[in-house]
Design a protein around this ligand. Structure first.
Ligand SMILES: [Fe+2]
Ligand SMILES: [Fe+2]
Length: 175
């Protein structure tokens, strides 16, 4: 993504880019990785206890992130989009919160929880190191977790450091 694109887009476009690039990918990958984690745990969990823990952690990550993205899409993002639109003449919408600081604070805590879960996955898998007898499914699972981790860093950076910061500034201007 070019700098020119990043700086010229408004918050409506930025929200759209986050949802269409990152939320769509994350939902699809969580579902696929959860299936792989369940398969690997049922086939090799009896001899590799860490794979049972891995299944739990991937399950928790999936549950947390799906709830988190739903909240962003149902509450926070529509409000940010309406805030941006109000600068172009659209009527302001009523929010269920006093300030964006509250929902944004919650989303930032969720991002930190996701990072902690990913760190736990790295700890129990010794940095996603595959054993010599790894199955095809385990290889696909570890590769997929690593790719999701990279995408999540970009995704959370776009929200925490760009969208949320710009939305708070906009809210200050619109007040
Ligand atoms: Fe998100
Ligand atoms: Fe988020």
């Amino acid at each position: 993504m070019s700098q020119a694109h990043a700086t010229s887009e408004d918050l409506i476009e930025l929200v759209d880019r986050i949802v269409s690039n990152h939320h769509t990918f994350t939902r699809a990958e969580l579902s696929r990785l959860l299936g792989l984690a369940q398969e690997v745990a049922s086939e090799h969990g009896a001899t590799h206890a860490e794979l049972l823990q891995l299944e739990d952690l991937v399950g928790q990550l999936a549950e947390d992130l799906l709830t988190h993205m739903d909240r962003e899409e149902r509450v926070l993002f529509p409000y940010i989009v309406a805030l941006e639109a109000s600068l172009h003449g659209a009527p302001r919408i009523h929010a269920s919160f006093d300030s964006l600081k509250h929902p944004i604070g919650r989303m930032l805590r969720d991002h930190e929880t996701a990072r902690i879960l990913l760190q736990s996955i790295r700890t129990i898998t010794r940095d996603l190191r595959l054993p010599p007898d790894a199955s095809v499914a385990q290889r696909a699972l570890y590769d997929g977790v690593a790719a999701l981790e990279v995408d999540l860093e970009t995704h959370m950076h776009l929200e925490s450091d760009e969208l949320f910061v710009r939305a708070l500034a906009l809210e200050g201007r619109a007040a």
